[in-house]
Design a protein around this ligand. Sequence first.
Ligand SMILES: [Zn+2]
Length: 284
Amino acid sequence: MPEMYFYYFNQGYPLPALHFRTPGVTQLMIRFVILLASVLLVTGCATSPTGRSQLIMVGDEQMSASGQQLFLQMKQKGKVVRDPATSATVSCVVNALLPQLPPPWQGGWEVQVFGDKEPNAFALPGRKIGVNTGMVKLVRNDAQLAAVIGHEIGHVIARHANERASMSVASQLGAGMAEVMAPGTGDLVNIGSQVGVLLPYSRAHESEADVIGQNLMANAGFDPRESIRLWQLMEKQGGGKPPELLSTHPATQSRIEGLNAHLKVTMPMFQRAQAAGRRPHCGS
Ligand SMILES: [Zn+2]
């Protein structure tokens, strides 16, 4: 008489009963595949703003919570600056960009300037934007600041951190099949979401954020050609020690080529924005 196993890994998705004569590796593998498939059933494939297929296994609320927690920790480290002129410049650029985001993303962003000479900027799930004073000093104009902030916002609205977290969860599931016996997916997802926020971006994510960022800045009335000058400036900066931003966002030749190629799309956007009176002056 075969033993019967019933697995209901996710409420609402009852899975068929499986029959095995003896438990073994095959059975474990089947359990793993069922777990993965059931996770994919509830979450699974999504599409990024540029039409790329994505594996999304972690809830957006979870990602937002991780991003907000990290942002809070960064603010608590004491690098927060109260420099009204710099804050006004950064807010002006962000406020010009936000109305150009797709509707669910336009509101609720928090912007913080950090007193750090390192030319860096970032955005986190949970709608958080951080810009170092070093970045504001480095850029030559508003459009270059819009380029880097737009790029970082691009990572968030394309849910790149979630994708990285999902890959991390999937690989942990794959590596630790024993875990499947008593699935601690809550912990896995929690760890995954934190990893997703912290890991460097892949090349696919970089080029996607470049496209989204350049669209954003052009639609807001910032000259998209400045995105190329920004990365060239970043690369020249620092002499022997390249800026921290480049460790997660390398300014490769392929990035410059991609940004150049995309100008054929964004220059007309920029001209339309200017004609419509969107000509932001933020004092960079
Ligand atoms: Zn990036």
